[in-house]
Design a protein around this ligand. Structure first.
Ligand code: ATP
Length: 133
């Protein structure tokens, strides 16, 4: 299968640089798969699971929380706000974060801003739990 150059990073540094067969991630408008030969493209990322297939066929999953993805002249660059490989996810921490967010939402009395923050926290925890299942 054809491959393409891919770089994945966060503001903290480079997490992957190499040839990939496929990267699948959640954008703000839905799931996106990038393969070799993809047209030039740029999008904002949402919160969701990401799946990378490297040139040797290795499949790696990650929680991707926001950022930007671009494809330019065959090279894909993914700059995530937060990116956690499956093996780096602390499941217990995500479970506790989910519980806390659910309790806040259930308790009620949150203003609009606090409600949105609790929902976003819950969403992040659910993505982490789904990747580390
Ligand atoms: P928590 O309430 O547990 O901090 P959060 O969703 O508020 O969760 P974030 O603000 O999204 O956390 O992340 C802060 C930092 O902690 C980031 O560097 C993120 O990668 C890391 N992080 C958060 N939760 C986890 C987790 N369950 N496993 C590994 N790293 C995590």
């Amino acid at each position: 299968m054809k491959t393409f150059p891919l770089r994945i990073g966060t503001p903290d540094g480079l997490l992957f640089e190499g040839e990939a067969e496929r990267i699948v991630c959640r954008t703000i408008t839905g799931d996106l798969a990038v393969l070799a030969g993809h047209c030039n493209f740029c999008t904002a990322l949402g919160m969701g699971e990401a799946h990378l297939v490297t040139a040797d066929g290795t499949v790696r999953s990650a929680a991707c929380i926001g950022g930007m993805l671009s494809v330019m002249d065959g090279t894909c660059r993914l700059l995530a706000t937060t990116w956690e490989w499956e093996e780096d996810i602390d499941t217990e921490r995500a479970q506790l974060a989910k519980q806390r967010a659910e309790e806040m939402i259930a308790k009620g009395g949150l203003d609009d801003r606090a409600y949105k923050r609790a929902q976003a926290r819950l969403h992040r925890a659910l993505v982490r739990l789904s990747v580390s299942k």
